[in-house]
Design a protein around this ligand. Structure first.
Ligand code: FES
Ligand code: FES
Length: 226
């Protein structure tokens, strides 16, 4: 029969508690997992891409947060080492935010935090408790009209498989909020953190420039009416 200690080979000797020469017992391991509110599967999940999980908190961390997401206050129970991508997708049901690499390389998880684009897979949710978070679900207007960037991406045939599209949209929106009339080179640079396995970069870039034109036209119309 398998010794329970042999199924925990990833815990190094220096992490073993004093007085446990043979390593962690199964009971100690389970107690540790419960204390850190992490499941066995999520330990390997986080270990796959993000920084190592924080050590178990003993001082008491306020886990119930009020997050500002898409203009709403959302109360949610968040583990200390939980990423924003996990909270959005698996706690709040906002699955438009994708997880690709889960290590700050692909941009699929891009969301806006106070109007700046950030990788949600590499952002701890507890760090953004006082920020305004916008996901792709928060872009369209109440009557269902798409954001100009979303519409422009459709018009320019940006989405191929579509997996990278939400992240592309969020980076484009962040760009146009800070620079409503970018040059093509500026747009290219701003979108460089979003990878597309389908290689639709030119389509997305065309979409950004089309949306910039729409945004500029809208701004000038608004200005004329004001
Ligand atoms: S999933 Fe976050 S950058 Fe790839
Ligand atoms: S459209 Fe398929 S990964 Fe970009």
């Amino acid at each position: 029969m398998t010794d329970p200690d042999t199924v925990l080979p990833t815990i190094s000797a220096r992490e073993r508690p004093a007085g446990a020469p043979g390593g962690w017992s199964r009971r100690e391991f389970i107690k540790g997992v419960i204390a850190s509110s992490a499941t066995v599967s999520s330990v390997s999940y986080f270990g796959a891409g993000c920084a190592a999980p924080l050590p178990a908190q003993t001082g008491g961390v306020e886990r119930l947060l009020s997050l500002q997401v898409n203009g709403q206050t959302r109360r949610v129970d968040v583990a200390p080492n939980e990423t924003l991508a996990t909270t959005l997708r698996y706690k709040l049901g906002l699955t438009g935010t994708k997880i690709g690499c889960n290590r700050a390389e692909c941009g699929a998880c891009t969301v806006l935090i106070d109007d700046m684009n950030h990788y949600a897979c590499s952002t701890l949710t507890h760090r953004v408790r006082d920020k305004e978070i916008t996901t792709v679900e928060g872009l369209e207007s109440a009557d269902g009209t798409l954001h100009p960037v979303q519409q422009a991406f459709i018009d320019e045939l940006g989405p191929q498989c579509g997996f990278c599209t939400p992240g592309q949209v969020m980076s484009a929106v962040a760009l146009l909020r800070s620079n409503p009339n970018p040059t093509r080179a500026e747009a290219q640079r701003a979108m460089s953190g979003n990878l597309c396995r389908c290689g639709a970069y030119d389509h997305y870039l065309n979409g950004v420039m089309r949306a910039a034109g729409a945004t500029t036209m809208t701004a000038s119309v608004d200005g004329g009416e004001g």
